[in-house]
Design a protein around this ligand. Sequence first.
Ligand code: 2M8
Length: 725
Amino acid sequence: MSRIFADYVEKAKIILKNNWTGASTKPAPSLYPHQWNWDSGFVAIGKSHYNTSQAILEIERLFEAQWANGMLPQIVFDPKALGHYFPEPDFWEMERSLHAPVDKLTSGITMPPVHAIAVEEIYQNARQQRRILPFLKRIYPKLIALHSYLYEERDPEKEGLVYIRHPWESGIDNSPTWDIPLMRIKIDKATLPDYTRKDLGHGVDSSMRPSDEDYDRYIYLVDLFRRCDYDEACIRESCEFLIQDPLFNSILCRANESLARIAEVIGESPDLPQSWSKKTSAAIRKKLWHGEHGIFDACDLITGELIEIDTAAGFLPLFAGAATREQAQIIYERLNSASFCGLHQGNCFTIPNYDTQKEDFDRLNYWRGPVWININWMLANGLKRYGYTLKADSMRKDLLQLPIRFGFHEYFDSFDGTGYGSDNFSWTAALFIDLVEEFYESEEPGFELKKLAKSLVSRGQVLNSGQKKPEIQPESLAAELMKSIRSMKDSYYDTQRGLVDYERLRQSPEFQHYRILTNGLKEFNPSHLKSRKEKLAFWINLYNTIVVDGIITLKIKNSVKEAPEFFKKIKYQIGDTLFSPDDIEHGILRGNVRPYFRLIRQFGPGDTRRAWILKPVDPRIHFALVCGSRSCAPIDYYDSERIDLQLDKAAKSFINSSEVLILPEEGKILISDIFRWYEKDFGGRGGILDFIFNFLVDDKAKEFIRKERQKLKIEYLHYDWNLNR
Ligand code: 2M8
């Protein structure tokens, strides 16, 4: 793990340690003094990286309170902490239920079933996976019982969609989606049991919490459940709040995938969870899709209609892989708009829980506007699943910077980042740890693959050594090559998502044609390139495509690191000389400087390639040269006519991504290693700061750099070499 985040990770661990009660973790020091259902799932995910046994205990303690019918309660009360929360066991009266455990104190509702996902993470992140198997075997039947309960008791029509029967079951308690169904419930104060809220105070402003009208209805529903003795059929008949929620169902669907994989690990059949997953995923995309709004909405089972209120919950089917590609694209447009804080918008943190353009959007109020770390953690994973890596990365940037800058709060202001709700919040701390781990996770290529790649490139490999020549004049070659790169880009590069479809490209006629054209480079003379813009576009495009060509030719799976000295060893012959990506970058585009880590200049004295050196250096090239890794530029085609604008765009993208974290409260900025390696190209420290300043979109961040430029500390973020597949 990077040293850079080490102090913050330490802070996060201390929060989790202080909230640890001896066998489980409370969500927050005073506001939530017991064990909460999905909070424990998120906590276990964070702890899986450094304390496997506590992560296991967290989950096992929760499941010890599982009801006999499989329901996993929303709260497991700590007998020693009673008296500070409402409602507690004296109000829930769970002893009325035939299913409630006799030796545990619980509430009588459930929450989104994230637990199989957490269990899979515990297994994946364990140093000795073999030692986790007994836990997997113990917990598996309990997870199956939980999911079976949901499908048996909460899906009466066997649609594959389960309903929630209380807003607290959704985890997003006072989401605007619940307003209509909740307010439909007419409250008769005379028959509503007496109660006193205990959630106000604890240093939290009451305007940020659910209203009294909401609470009346929460309590009315609890009273109804206990009057039914927690019998599901009775509740179903009398409850006016029965809702198929996209968030709950997406989590269930995603958890089924984990459950199926856990089954395989312990030698059980994955058929049941797989069939659940398939059914729920199909039902989500059919029944919960609101075509006109371009988002998934909850379905109110009392009216049979979709509730036309769009919140971040409507994006969660991405997490489950339940949306079709077309739906995902439509959702993406919505998610990435001003409504939910678009990419590089600059004045907001992505993504708020509710549409910022709606009149009732409330930036301070709980689930009616602020940014929540758990929802965004799931959404960033969902976006990555569909390949929207740029957006996923910008979310990760916010998920990392919000706790660092504003504290490990329960939720955050989507515009200025202020932390609200309880401080020292467990899932914020836990998921922060997971995000930092993910940020630096590097895939070690397999031994065999390494050996193969090494033998291929040990002497350098000329990629354009084929005999078949293109039937064109050498002076038209540059234009033809650029045309060919452009056609590959149109069909196989996803510039919005910054990805290349290497498998399809490898077999495509466009790639075969490109390879033939590269053979013609042997007769090409770069003096055919006239203007600076033409030269810049030619060399950048050639650099980017030799990298793609190299990845395809060397059959690279995960990272260019699989082929030692990749950027030095793959080459194109141009005229009589050879050019590697390093030659193009350090020799031509960087004005023949000494590359970082090397003692001599790229082209020595007398090297004929010196004739093509481009000066002065344009530092924006560093955001246009694609190196097949996450931290590098998203791949694009550069056009000599528009190259200035395109280079600006590339630089802007990078400067506003997670590669540049501005932390005014800490008096420092964390920036990509690229700036350290190429400091000279930017004109030293001052030049780097000017460059960042010019491309930043966030006014407050700019102001910080302007004011503090002498004093601010610069730290460098590690580079990620994983492939932009
Ligand atoms: C909040 O909900 C509880 C009731 O469950 C409350 O407001 O008293 C929600 O944010 C929920 O998602 C969370 O699990 C719980 C504890 O963090 O607090």
